[in-house]
Design a binder for this molecule. Structure first.
Ligand SMILES: [Mg+2]
Length: 286
């Protein structure tokens, strides 16, 4: 009897690349929100998928642009979800910011626009956060770092503006416009704040270090020791995850478990090599 397509659905769609490209990867980098969990709940079979990555001998990494929380908070969350939570596995946009700031000698005094949790994170990295009163006086901090500050106040906005018009180097951890919430809702993310400062300062734009930018790629490359073609990036967002993979020749795998649907994919210039409904569909291909 011929095989019925519905009984054996194709789990993986080869769009602009081959499954063999994924199979030859030595490092698997996963976005978190929308890819491994949704509204704080693990995506179906995500544990089995992660286990398979490790059993296959590949390196596993998580990459999140969201800097509203510290590395420590993320590691605690991964552990709570039952995911492998080795410190080495996690890469955040704050790691990329640290690399950029230290390499460019914008260290240790910075003005950080971020939550208290991110302050603690940067303190652990050896940075000295200049407080609001001192920030406006000489010597100015070496850089303004715009993180995902969900505790943002008008005072912080004003100090940030004062420093930007003094041409203090300006770095943003990421530029995502919106952050997904449960039930298909969103809230403004750092990209929206960047637009506000751009308006106020007549056009100042930050160096952005998270996905899909070069510093993120370099951070992954250094941590994994792999060339781009041997790295698979798995994510749910076209203009960050997939754009980075496409631009820097990683194997981009789009999961449809998060914010992107087929219609958005069809209309986007950002194209993955492979498409799956969720990471569970990748288990048989690793
Ligand atoms: Mg995501």
């Amino acid at each position: 009897m011929p095989l019925c397509k519905q009984e054996h659905p194709v789990k993986i769609q080869e769009l602009n690349g081959k499954i063999e490209n994924l199979k030859s990867c030595k490092a698997i980098v996963c976005d978190l929100d929308g890819t491994l969990y949704l509204s704080g709940e693990p995506v179906e079979k995500s544990h089995e998928f992660l286990q398979k990555v490790l059993e296959s001998g590949r390196q596993l990494f998580y990459f999140t642009n969201n800097t509203s929380r510290s590395r420590k908070t993320y590691l605690d969350k991964l552990k709570k979800l039952g995911f492998p939570s080795d410190d080495h596995f996690l890469i955040t946009a704050a790691d990329c910011a640290e690399n950029y700031l230290k390499r460019n000698n914008l260290f240790p005094r910075i003005y950080l626009v971020g939550n208290r949790d991110l302050y603690a994170d940067f303190e652990r990295r050896g940075f000295e956060m200049v407080d609001g009163k001192a920030a406006r006086h000489l010597p100015f901090p070496a850089a303004v770092v715009l993180g995902y500050d969900t505790e943002l106040t008008f005072e912080k906005i004003h100090i940030c503006y004062d420093l930007l018009i003094q041409d203090v180097p300006y770095i943003a951890t990421h530029a995502d416009k919106l952050c997904p919430l449960a039930g298909g809702r969103f809230m403004p993310d750092v990209g929206s704040f960047i637009s506000m400062f751009e308006t106020a300062t007549d056009g100042k734009r930050p160096v952005v270090v998270g996905k899909p930018h070069q510093e993120a790629v370099e951070t992954i490359a250094v941590k994994s020791g792999c060339s781009a073609g041997k790295i698979a990036f798995i994510g749910d967002r076209l203009y960050t995850d997939i754009r980075m993979a496409q631009k820097y020749n990683m194997v981009g795998v789009l999961v449809l478990s998060g914010e992107t649907n087929r219609k958005m994919l069809l209309n986007s210039p950002d194209q993955p090599q492979l498409v799956v409904n969720s990471v569970s569909d990748l288990i048989d291909y690793l």
